[in-house]
Design a protein around this ligand. Structure first.
Ligand SMILES: Cc1cc2nc3c(=O)[nH]c(=O)nc-3n(C[C@H](O)[C@H](O)[C@H](O)COP(=O)(O)OP(=O)(O)OC[C@H]3O[C@@H](n4cnc5c(N)ncnc54)[C@H](O)[C@@H]3O)c2cc1C
Length: 381
């Protein structure tokens, strides 16, 4: 077992940290205010290797893999939680094309994603089928050489900043009646509709995609007709959950740093409050959660890089790290006393951001369904 990062990974961490600390803070107030993602940062992020971290070099990426991706997301999240949220879904958009796209689809759609020319998004959730993916109503019907899509997707990350969307829709009944499509945002009948007004992760836009007799060329079917559930499950469980876990890990890192800094600077009774055992215990809790979550997140990513199964480990990392980020942020607010609930202090934003990670990419109850299956598998008769 080797817990060290390679020299290349360490260099990537340094480069992303430098980028994040210099380029993101000037954008954060506007992100928080408007809920818009700063698209002008996409190209510079591509240069550092952020947008194309998991995409192979032949499609414009740097092909460093999932451990490297976790480094990227953790470092971005240490500065601004909305950035890894947007980027992790962007990476889902890359992964789904890389795993299921034809050469022509990869050339046309994956390469610009890796190069930061547009953003990726994967639209599974619709109003009638959140956790119940098969319950979705968005439909696609083949008519001549086009699929006609009707329906609505909701809570889609990067909905308003992506030029094309990977959309999961019904082409029949049951688990084999679901297919995946690449939909151009300018396709007739396609529209990025309502933009949600979230209380956290505000700079990562979330919204609806609407399809009204939307025409999608037959060649934009991704994978096989009827194979869409497999496309969705692989992408969510391998790239989505490890990505949400890493997003929450970034928040946890920021929480730890903010809490530590405040505890060392706030003076009461003539000493920093870090001299009080109650505050030391709070810091011990936050630190323990951060260390545990780092292990969980990097293990799940490492498994993915080895080509091994990481669905249970991804669900565990996602569930545990999102919960830990919420709890740690609450503790950090308590360490701050009343300052913690004031807008000037980052911990209140980190708490809101952490709360938003909980349902995104699958709720904690759904993670427990996955984990219960894993826990009981050895006892199955
Ligand atoms: C910030 C954010 C970004 C998102 N980005 C995307 C995206 O890019 N693409 C995308 O497709 N979706 C995205 N989503 C949607 C997200 O994946 C769904 O919201 C999530 O899967 C839950 O669906 P739901 O909200 O409809 O809740 P529901 O499925 O309606 O769940 C309601 C409650 O019932 C519980 N429940 C449901 N089924 C079970 C069960 N079998 N056992 C026990 N409890 C259960 C849930 O855990 C929850 O507590 C995003 C959501 C958020 C908040």
């Amino acid at each position: 077992m080797d817990f060290t990062f390679s020299e290349r990974e360490e260099m990537l961490r340094k480069a992303v940290r430098e980028f994040a600390e210099n380029e993101i803070p000037p954008k954060m107030e506007a992100m928080e205010e408007t809920g818009d993602f700063p698209e002008e940062l996409l190209k510079p992020m591509a240069e550092v290797g952020i947008t194309g971290v998991i995409t192979p070099a032949e499609y414009g990426g740097v092909g460093l893999g999932y451990v490297a991706r976790t480094i990227v997301l953790e470092e971005l999240g240490r500065v601004c939680s909305a950035m890894p949220m947007a980027m992790q879904v962007h990476h889902m958009g890359c992964a789904v094309l890389n795993d299921f796209g034809t050469d022509a689809q990869k050339e046309k759609y994956l390469t610009p994603l890796a190069k930061g020319e547009t953003m990726g998004c994967v639209a599974v959730t619709d109003p009638s089928g959140g956790s119940d993916v098969i319950g979705m109503k968005t439909s696609a019907e083949l008519k001549g050489d086009k699929y006609i899509l009707n329906g609505r997707k909701c809570f889609i990350t990067n909905s308003h900043t992506s030029d094309y969307w990977v959309v999961i829709a019904k082409t029949g009944e049951g688990p084999k009646g679901i297919s995946a499509f690449i939909v151009d945002k300018d396709a007739p009948g396609a529209k990025a509709a309502r933009k949600e007004n979230k209380f956290g992760l505000r700079g990562a836009n979330t919204g609806e995609l609407a399809f009204d007799n939307c025409e999608v060329p037959k060649e934009n079917l991704l994978g096989q007709e009827g194979g869409g559930l497999g496309v969705a499950i692989k992408t969510i469980s391998e790239t989505g959950r490890t990505g949400m876990a890493a997003t929450a890990l970034g928040i946890l890192t920021a929480v730890y740093e903010e809490a530590g800094k405040f505890a060392s600077e706030r003076v009461l009774y003539g000493k920093p409050i870090s001299a009080l055992q109650a505050i030391q215990f709070y810091m011990a809790e936050i630190y323990s959660q951060l260390e545990i979550c780092r292990l969980l997140c990097y293990r799940a990513s490492w498994l993915k890089d080895q080509g091994m199964r990481c669905d249970n480990e991804g669900a565990l990392a996602k569930y545990y790290t999102c919960e830990a980020a919420v709890n740690a942020a609450k503790t950090a607010i308590e360490i701050h006393g009343s300052y913690g609930i004031m807008r000037e202090y980052a911990v209140q934003r980190l708490f809101r951001d952490a709360m938003v990670t909980v349902p995104a990419g699958g709720t904690k109850e759904i993670a427990k369904v996955v984990l219960a299956r894993a826990a009981l598998a050895p006892f199955k008769k």
